[in-house]
Design a protein around this ligand. Structure first.
Ligand code: NG6
Ligand code: CA
Length: 512
């Protein structure tokens, strides 16, 4: 071949590959833990529970010290993670009840629909808690849609809500798995008959007692939020959830090993009721709460083992995160608080689940990709809400102008590239449509309590409220526990931060 022809061919090949040159499409697994606090795993300082598999991700990957979820409860964090948009912008994004309709409406661009448009196979396996069905709610005996499949997931295998809410059944794609039509499933919020056993009428039969709420229908010796009847053949044991997530994930990964794939592995550990499998019971010094952490760690190890068996670990990125900070007594008398001793679930921070103190949303956050990421500890601010824009950017997928409104492309920080920056500002929220906010900019932290109340103690919901002024300012570089309100000492910073937060809320978006 003459030189000219060779150069022309090379040039043509280069041009043809052009749009894909910067794209990298690793497989991605987002492992989201439930109610896991900053201090709950050994890589982040825990000593009374051991988490070797998660620690290995941290050692071989990037361990973030300012990694966040968006909200201090589950539904709004998951909403923001999927849609790349702050949940407080929308009504009905607070903790979803058992019969909640789908919270993310079809037509909304999500991390899954974006990646699917870029050639990814997509699945969610585990806890959903984002509602199913149209405005009238889920049709438990029929087609459960819209759901994940209508917003970008090719496959779903779900616990529909949280396991302290009814019903205890798996939803595979659009159907309740193993449902016998002769024994239809009914779910409601009123006692279905006078003789229906509940946590109140049959309290002495329970294998784990409730402490507040959670006293309606009993299944597997545990009373729940809400009532249900029927669907007996479809019901699972709490003890088997983690095994089910791992089995289904292994199967799906194997089927899609040629990639690229995106798996949202939504663990239920360590949400209440904390009922780990018998083989994990007693495996930590921290009651069932710690044993659930050991179980979560086992799940992580199993997923990594699968990637290695299939020889795809060099081309797979794992993001390990949590959906909100920790909580002690969340409605069941499971001794979690009593067993804590010197274990600090929220690490060095104050607050946990339900609060906008750092402990509510600053959680373990690790990225791992053996073929790409060099081990490091990073102080950059990154958040689960950023995964949509960041993964899309890595894969060369364009963001829509009218969606993914608050997700920033921080992929260079997630991959640990030298000098890469995380977010310049981050809004934190508690539950629902923003009664309380946090705004972090550098080391400044503004709290805004529209409710006039802050939740600042990792104990029961009932005891956790304290009255506070609407706005407060803290310097996280010297006051990680947010105890010295500097509003009067730094009035300019205070006014700037108040205005910045108000603008982010009013603008309806923060990505332009
Ligand atoms: C609260 C529940 C709590 C937990 C939480 C949701 C009561 C008294 N408390 O309303 O137990 O289920 O909702 O947790 O019912 S989350 O992690 O899914 O957001
Ligand atoms: Ca949660």
């Amino acid at each position: 071949m003459n030189r000219l022809l060779r150069h022309t061919l090379l040039l043509l090949a280069f041009l043809a590959a052009g749009p894909f040159l910067s794209a990298e499409k690793p497989n991605v697994i987002v492992i989201m833990a439930d109610d896991l606090g900053y201090g709950d795993i050994s890589a982040y300082g825990a000593t009374r529970v051991k988490t070797p598999h998660i620690d290995q991700l941290a050692e071989e990957g990037i361990q973030f010290t300012s990694g966040y979820c968006s909200a201090s409860t589950c539904t709004p964090t998951r909403y923001s993670f999927l849609t790349g948009t702050y949940a407080f912008r929308f009504p009905n994004t607070g903790i979803a009840p058992p019969n909640s309709p789908a919270v993310v409406k079809p037509g909304t661009e999500t991390i899954a629909s974006l990646l699917r448009s870029g050639g990814y196979k997509t699945a969610v396996i585990g806890k959903w808690h984002l509602g199913l069905g149209g405005p009238e709610g889920p049709d438990w005996n029929g087609e459960l849609k819209p759901g994940p499949r209508e917003i970008g997931f090719d496959y779903n295998f779900l616990l529909p809500t949280t396991n302290d809410r009814v019903p205890q059944v798996y939803v595979e794609n659009h159907r309740v798995l193993n449902l016998d039509p002769a024994d239809p499933l009914w779910v409601g919020n009123k006692k279905p008959s006078d003789d229906h056993p509940t946590g109140i009428t049959h309290r002495d039969t329970l294998k784990m007692d409730w402490s507040h709420g959670h006293n309606s229908t009993i299944h597997n010796g545990i009373s729940r939020i809400g009532f249900y009847t029927g669907g007996h053949a479809a019901r699972f044991r709490d003890e088997d959830l983690a095994d089910a997530w791992v089995d289904q994930s292994n199967k799906w990964i194997e089927e899609n090993k040629d990639g690229p794939f995106f798996l949202f592995f939504a663990s239920h550990d360590l949400h209440v009721p904390r009922i780990p499998h018998e083989r994990f019971q007693g495996k930590s010094e921290l009651s069932f709460r710690g044993d659930a952490i050991v179980q979560l760690d086992w799940c992580v190890g199993e997923l990594v083992k699968t990637l290695k068996r299939l020889e795809i670990e060099d081309n797979t990125m794992i993001v390990f995160c949590s959906d909100n900070g920790p909580v002690g007594d969340d409605g069941y008398a499971d001794e979690a608080l009593e067993a804590n001793g010197d274990h600090s679930p929220n690490g060095p921070f104050k607050g946990g689940k339900y609060s906008v103190y750092e402990g509510g949303t600053r959680t373990p956050f690790i990225t791992w990709w053996p073929g790409k990421i060099k081990p490091a500890v990073s102080e950059e601010v990154v958040c689960t809400i950023d995964l949509a824009a960041s993964l899309a950017s890595m894969a060369g997928i364009e963001l829509p102008s009218d969606g993914i409104l608050d997700s920033f492309d921080v992929h260079e920080a997630l991959l640990g590239e030298p000098g890469a920056k995380g977010r310049g500002h981050l809004v934190q929220q508690d539950n629902g449509k923003g009664n309380n906010y946090g705004l972090r900019v550098g080391n400044w932290k503004l709290q805004r309590h529209d409710s006039g109340k802050a939740r600042n103690i990792v104990v029961t919901n009932k005891l956790a409220n304290t009255n506070v002024s609407r706005h407060r300012l803290y310097d996280l570089s010297t006051d990680i526990r947010e105890e010295n309100n500097l509003a009067a000492v730094h009035p300019e910073v205070f006014e700037d931060m108040k205005a910045q937060l108000a603008k982010i809320i009013e603008d309806g978006r923060s990505r332009f």
